[in-house]
Design a protein around this ligand. Sequence first.
Ligand SMILES: Cc1ncc(COP(=O)(O)O)c(C=O)c1O
Ligand SMILES: [Zn+2]
Length: 410
Amino acid sequence: MSYAMNLICRECGAEYPTQPLNVCEFCFGPLEVQYDFAQIKNNVSRKTISNGPNSMWRYSQFLPVDIENSIDIGTGFTPLIHAKNLGKQLGLDYLYIKNDSVNPTFSFKDRPVAITTSKALEFGFEVLACVSTGNLMGSVAAHGSKANLDTYVFYPQDLELSKIFGAAVYGSKMIAIEGNYDDANRFCSELSDIYPWAFVNINMRPFYAEGSKTLGYEIVEQLGWKAPNHCVVPGASGELHTKVWKGIQEFIDCELIENTIPKMHLAQPEGCSPISSAFKSKSRQIQPIKPSTIAKSLAIGNPASGPFSIDVLNQTHGSAEIAPENTIIDSIKLLAETEGIFTETAGGVVISSLIELVKKDKIKKDETVVAFITGNGLKTLESMGEINQNTVSCMPNISSFDLVKSNLKF
Ligand SMILES: Cc1ncc(COP(=O)(O)O)c(C=O)c1O
Ligand SMILES: [Zn+2]
């Protein structure tokens, strides 16, 4: 069962009943779900969790949906891989890759969307909608199909083709907005006042955000019920960064793990780093920017959870990294060539930031690090440039192959 009680304002603490509402009427702060942690502590143990399903729903007691109402397309409990080859190159003995690019729609977004879709059905909505930088819309479209809900997805018109196909295939209504994500987001906020729809990252945002906590629970369980020393998390709105930390913190509070606080590092690309830049200038106030980055999934210039992400950086003594644009593709290739994992540009930003953290001596050889790989490389093929320039054609006979082989350059 769920132990969710109500909603609470993240800024002023005002409480609200559980309803599709995301903004506090007193201070305009964002709302989040509040739980009865005394009950959770009494009823949940490592054993009850381990006996749960091999999916994100093994943590259902920490989520705002009853497991019986879950819309489950097989999300979560993704591999945590000891990255020995990449670790060796970087001089890290305990580097782990959380490979969340193998979720049903190939990104971590299936976690928040699974929660939101389930909750949207509980509230009786007939339409699921979102504003997306690319990964979210595929997930919303897929979950809408499973839940028999109509879906509308709004996205900036310059997105990668695979992300557009990856939502259209489910029969979603695809609305390409002439503008960037922040323009689309503003427009969708207006729409959500008029249309009685479940906008997963607007009126349903408090429930949506909770799904990403499961990444925090999972890495801790997979490390043998231990928090790592460092997490490297990609940031767009900043929500994922805050929720991975919230997940780990809840496990500490419920005495499921020891009280060790990981440094929660944030990874943003040079062409869109409003949170990292604010942190570096010691401000909690985000200066909105116009994004220009190949990491389109991270291209949010006015990040809703930016101040909370900065709070997490401060509380955990994390670093805010800014990955140079010209390192992102090389970092994707490095992860692919060392660990056999092909990530999208957001993952390139994470690996580039990890390299920087090691160079600056912020991560030590014997410390445990988890790098969060949140999206799949097949979704951002256009960014990879001339990676196929070494392909050759060959007649299907030995002499042709021998000739081709002698001319191959590496
Ligand atoms: C692959 C990927 N990683 C990370 C993020 C960042 O998520 P957040 O907006 O919660 O910071 C996104 C956002 O769309 C994404 O698509
Ligand atoms: Zn408030």
